[in-house]
Design a protein. Structure first.
Length: 273
């Protein structure tokens, strides 16, 4: 199936889950779950994952290949890029959307740099996600209690022309527990005030029922990473513990891939309600 773009998924009957890819097994697992459920999904690669691989091209090309081979619409997205150079590389490689994260910068600089990235990306037909209101837990620089003001968010979207906006509503990145307390009234206010789809980061720390409630309140793109890594790692540990002589990585990585696929399929059904 031809590659989908995130902007082309807008207006569908369900929210769009976006799952982070660290290695090719993640991409394969997510695509398999998307085909099982018939749901469109996003494969997203973070700047941290790029750093792990040494460059974007190896893992980016793998994700694009997996997405293109899938029978279900799949978009490939760059997540949390703070570098304009990395954004350009993703666009040149064929990514349909990017997140340019200037949220750690002073507000005026955030607006100016994001608007510049948006202009260039739009010329290339690529959508842009940005972030306003620091979301907890990202590299220790974001305050977990941060909240995005609806009026500020609307003004930011107007000034930058971004296509999607990640907002701070109570979630935190890299949570191992699922007890984040979302502000549903704020989500509804943001949904009313902001003319572009809202993005929930740190969704791994949100319980199933609250993920569904966030979607009902107005969230559209739901980012999930740590939850998949928990399942992948637990399955690999079990496979190695069960067989101390196991040395073939296909067997324990395959177990991790199956665990991720099952969890992705489950989460898709949770979000679809």
């Amino acid at each position: 199936m031809p590659l989908e773009k995130l902007r082309e998924m807008i207006g569908g009957p369900a929210p769009v889950p976006a799952f982070n890819v660290i290695q090719v097994e993640h991409a394969e697992a997510i695509a398999a779950a998307a085909e099982e459920t018939g749901a469109p999904v996003v494969l997203q690669i973070s700047q941290n994952a790029v750093r792990y691989h040494g460059s974007l091209r190896p893992i980016g090309a793998a994700a694009l290949s997996v997405a293109a081979a899938a029978a279900t619409p799949i978009a490939v997205h760059l997540d949390h890029a703070t570098s304009e150079e990395l954004v350009r590389e993703a666009v040149e490689l064929g990514f349909g959307s990017v997140m340019f994260d200037a949220s750690a910068l002073p507000h005026d600089e955030n607006v100016a740099r994001t608007a510049q990235v948006v202009r260039w990306c739009h010329e290339a037909g690529v959508g842009v996600e940005a972030e306003l209101g620091e979301i907890g837990g990202k590299d220790g620089v974001h305050a977990p209690g941060a909240r995005t003001d609806p009026d500020d968010a609307a003004a930011y979207v107007e000034a930058t022309a971004v296509d999607f906006l990640a907002v701070a509503v109570g979630s935190s990145h890299a949570m191992l527990s699922r007890d984040a307390q979302l502000d549903f009234e704020l989500i509804a206010s943001l949904h009313e005030a902001v003319p572009v789809p809202l993005v929930l980061h740190g969704s791994s720390g949100v319980a199933d029922e609250n993920l569904a409630a966030a979607v009902r309140a107005g969230m559209w793109k739901i980012n999930i990473a740590t939850q998949l890594n928990k399942h992948f790692t637990a399955s690999v540990r079990t496979a190695l513990d069960d067989d101390p002589a196991l040395v073939d990585p296909r067997r324990y990585l395959g177990a991790g891939r199956e665990a991720v696929s099952a969890e992705v399929a489950r989460l898709i059904r949770v979000l679809k309600g």
